[in-house]
Design a protein around this ligand. Structure first.
Ligand SMILES: O=CCCCC(=O)O
Length: 474
């Protein structure tokens, strides 16, 4: 895939970029490694100040950055603006809480025969971040804010269709006053990732993206014995039980499925609805999907814009065609929008069965697959049959059902009477083929830290006395 800005609302190529040469990549890795040498010695307080400054820069640049994202990958301007706001919030969250997270954590010194024992979290070094286009700012910030707060240095290989957003991210950290080369963007194709990852100066990698990309990165990282965090695909279940507020559930179902033009790993994709309320919920859901305004993502009134790539819309078309051929019913939508660009109608498909790709794969577009179930056990069993286990959603007023759902659903995140959403204050990540590791909170920060055990024995003389944990936190 060429490195280029192509407007998904028109299909027009606006700008293309030459990938970095091997020499340029080498130079940037060298600069990152050199930057780590001194950046790791900066204090958490200094880093918090730079993160705060980055949030302020982002606030100031919000309008142009939002327009840039909409131009490059087609999300509505409103959702691009919300994404920028969320990034500023994420940066401020780590600025506010990062210092505390990096305090040495005392252990029971007496139990291990020490005068002092504690764990200190130290940065690992240069971390490669391979990021996708769907939330082109947030996915990168979700990695960068905790990683830089901990003292790591970042190299970003962004998706090839968001090069200008990728370049802006490098500029953002520079404008915020971070030391040179602490965060660099590498404009490279995916074929160049292996070389970067195998470089001894690059110590770890994080990837958000497809399972194929995750497998490729994990294979190389495994071979080179490097730490990885993977946030991969999802086909989140959305279960509706008879006690639910059906109108509210249908309203949130529309957002959960069509957010970001249907292109989110945590979008609800499979809807399991109890037979007693299936007819009513289907009607409400279909009505609300049909009422969405599809159009130019730059227009204020637009709720669903185009898919980001031509291959993306072709794939979605293929899934719906396959489902219909195998007996599914299209209740609403079901085809491309007749206009230039890569638009697909918000769609509801019922009578889905396990032979259909729409059931077993991740559909990255505004297409909901609905299946009627006899009870919660059946819903959870079918939900768990999927290879993915990222987010999950239950709508129920019944406490017993909620507890069963939380206990039995195989997912990294369980949301009750709401849709799966990422918050800096909550861990984010999945199980099974949805990946491993966690982002956000202190868990996300510690993924790229050396949790170093410190044990200090009794002093052999008065000279060895003094509290090292207190000194280590300064
Ligand atoms: O494709 C993954 C989307 C994650 C969005 C988020 O972190 O909110």
């Amino acid at each position: 895939m060429a490195i280029a800005t192509i407007n998904p609302a028109t299909g027009e190529t606006l700008q293309t970029f030459e990938p970095l040469s091997d020499d340029a990549v080498e130079e940037r890795i060298a600069r990152a490694a050199a930057a780590f040498g001194s950046y790791r010695l900066t204090s958490p307080r200094q880093r918090a100040g730079w993160l705060r400054a980055a949030a302020d820069v982002l606030d100031a640049d919000a309008k142009s950055v939002a327009e840039l994202m909409t131009t490059e990958m087609g999300k509505t301007l409103a959702s691009a603006q919300a994404e920028v706001g969320k990034c500023a919030k994420g940066l401020r969250y780590y600025a506010e809480h990062g210092e505390q997270m990096l305090q040495p954590q005392p252990a029971d010194a007496a139990a291990v025969g020490a005068t002092e024992a504690y764990v200190v979290h130290q940065p690992l070094g240069v971390v490669l971040a391979v990021m996708p286009w769907n939330f082109p700012m947030w996915q990168a910030i979700r990695f960068a804010a905790p990683a830089l707060m901990a003292g790591n240095v970042g190299l970003l290989k962004h998706a090839s269709n968001v090069p200008q957003t990728a370049l802006y991210l490098e500029e953002l950290f520079r404008k915020a006053g971070f030391p040179d080369d602490v965060f660099q963007t590498l404009l490279i194709g995916s074929g160049a990732v292996e070389r970067v990852l195998r470089d001894d100066r690059v110590v770890a990698a994080t990837l958000t993206g497809s399972n194929a990309a995750g497998q490729a990165v994990a294979t190389v990282a495994g071979d080179a014995l490097k730490k990885t965090v993977l946030e991969l695909g999802g086909s989140d279940p959305f279960i509706v039980m008879p006690s639910a507020d059906l109108d509210r559930a249908a309203e949130v179902a529309v957002t959960a499925r069509c957010q970001n033009n249907g292109q989110s790993c945590i979008a609800a994709k499979r809807f399991f609805v109890h037979a007693d309320v299936a007819e009513e919920f289907t009607r409400l859901f279909a009505e609300k999907l049909a009422a969405l305004t599809v159009g130019d993502p730059m227009d204020e009134g637009t709720q669903v814009g185009p898919l980001a790539t031509e291959s993306g819309v072709e794939e979605v078309e293929g899934y719906v065609r396959d489902a219909v051929e195998k007996g599914a019913t299209v209740v609403v939508g079901g085809k491309r929008v007749d206009r230039p660009g890569w638009f697909y109608e918000p769609t509801l498909v019922t009578d889905v069965t396990p032979e259909m790709g729409i059931w077993s794969e991740e559909v990255f577009g505004p297409v909901a697959a609905l299946h009627t179930v006899a009870d919660l056990d059946e819903a959870i069993r079918l939900a768990n049959e999927h290879v993915y286990g990222l987010g999950s959603n239950l709508w129920s007023e019944d406490q017993g059902e909620r507890l069963r759902f939380i206990r039995d659903i195989q997912s990294g995140m369980a949301f009750v009477n709401g849709m799966t959403t990422s918050y800096p204050e909550l861990p984010f990540g999945g199980v099974k083929q949805s990946g491993y590791g966690r982002e956000l909170t202190e868990l996300g920060m510690y993924e790229f830290c050396n949790a170093k055990t410190v044990w200090i024995g009794p002093p052999s003389s008065q000279q060895g006395e003094g509290n090292t944990a207190a000194a280590a936190s300064e």
